[in-house]
Design a protein around this ligand. Structure first.
Ligand code: GLY
Length: 355
């Protein structure tokens, strides 16, 4: 069992444990009401949860990015209202990043903020979405445009959930782990080496180590800059272009897959600006491709549309005024920003990830 402390809005622990129900019980037993928010696809995987004398309300929501919508949030608010949720009650999110995002925002917005616990069930959720208190839903104008910073009181990572993931979903989670390997000094890139996805999955102690390293990087960054005044932006390495790909392809690919291409894009841009070497760009391609992640727009439906990608990037949260601002590397473990970048430079990096 490992434990990582986060100090952002409040102090809380990310516990990497083998028993999520046992870990949840002491938190839930003290409340009058507990809402469990989970995606429809997990109904059969989540046993009926009971705590002595506690009213447990099960709230099933649609899966994926489309479930992170104003109408689903309205449904959740109504359920809390009908069941009389008060400030001393608890919301528990069990699911991937989309579930912890919307359930966290539900907790942030209900009565101006009630307690919530994240139990991430995907690798992406474990190493990124559930840690750091970013909560929110999507808007027709872009991903995560409506939201709040609201830290959970605990994050319970039970690696046994990982067995439920397809290789594709596991690889998509590794994209966020690899991102942490590029932006911070840790052992992630060595732990991955040139190992294949299968050999990583089969080595559970390596997987635990990777999760702990990525969570430690995330905890360090959000503890220093909870509300993303600047440092926290580094966690969005590869995300400006990644979010644009997701939007333009109508969320038809995994977030981690889009971030993978986004990291290669911004590495190409950084190399063109003389910030990093072409060898480091190649290292991005090797490590990402090595675990089965896409490194080009290739066959992604609808994504080969520069005008649409450019407009989507302009609305990214890292942009300021009318200028696009991207997190880039100056070396492994050190980040910088590329600001006021011309459309011609961006387009030339896009052309390098087309095929
Ligand atoms: N996923 C990026 C962040 O939490 O800031």
């Amino acid at each position: 069992m490992a434990e990582v402390t986060v100090t952002a809005e409040r102090e809380y622990k990310v516990r990497i444990t083998g028993d999520w129900r046992g870990d949840l019980s002491p938190w839930a037993s003290k409340r009058s009401r507990v809402a469990i928010v989970f995606p429809a696809t997990m109904r059969d995987l989540i046993p009926r949860i009971e705590f002595n004398g506690v009213e447990v309300v099960e709230l099933e929501i649609p899966d994926g990015e489309f479930g992170k919508s104003p109408s689903v949030l309205q449904y959740l608010w109504n359920e809390l209202g009908k069941n009389g949720f008060t400030r001393s009650d608890l919301i528990v999110a069990i699911g991937g990043g989309t579930v912890t995002d919307i359930a966290g925002f539900l907790a942030a917005s209900w009565l101006r903020g009630i307690d919530w616990i994240a139990i991430p069930t995907t690798l992406a959720g474990m190493v990124d979405a559930s840690v750091g208190g970013k909560t929110g839903i999507n808007s027709p104008f872009g991903k995560n445009l409506i939201g709040a910073f609201h830290s959970p009181i605990s994050v319970i990572i039970d690696p046994s959930w990982l067995k439920t993931l397809s290789d594709r979903d596991f690889a998509a989670g590794l994209a966020e782990v690899i991102k942490c390997g590029f932006i911070d000094e840790n052992q992630i890139l060595e732990l991955l080496g040139s190992r294949s996805l299968q050999s990583i999955r089969e080595d559970s102690s390596r997987v635990l180590n990777l999760i702990e390293q990525a969570v430690t990087t995330k905890a360090k960054v959000v503890s220093l800059d909870f509300k993303e005044s600047e440092l926290r932006e580094i966690l969005n390495y590869g995300h400006t272009f990644g979010h644009a790909i997701e939007k333009v392809s109508q969320y038809s690919i995994r977030h981690g897959e889009a971030v993978s291409i986004g990291m290669v894009f911004v590495a190409e841009l950084a190399a063109a600006h003389g910030l990093i070497s072409s060898e480091l760009v190649e290292q991005h391609r090797q490590v990402l491709k090595g675990v089965g992640l896409p490194i080009s727009l290739g066959a992604i439906d609808g994504a080969n549309n520069w005008d649409a990608l450019y407009s989507a990037m302009a609305l990214d949260k890292k942009s300021r005024g009318n200028s696009i601002r991207l997190v880039a590397l100056s070396e492994i473990g050190n980040c910088t920003r590329i600001e006021d970048v011309s459309e011609a430079d961006l387009k030339s990096a896009y052309e390098k990830v087309l095929l």
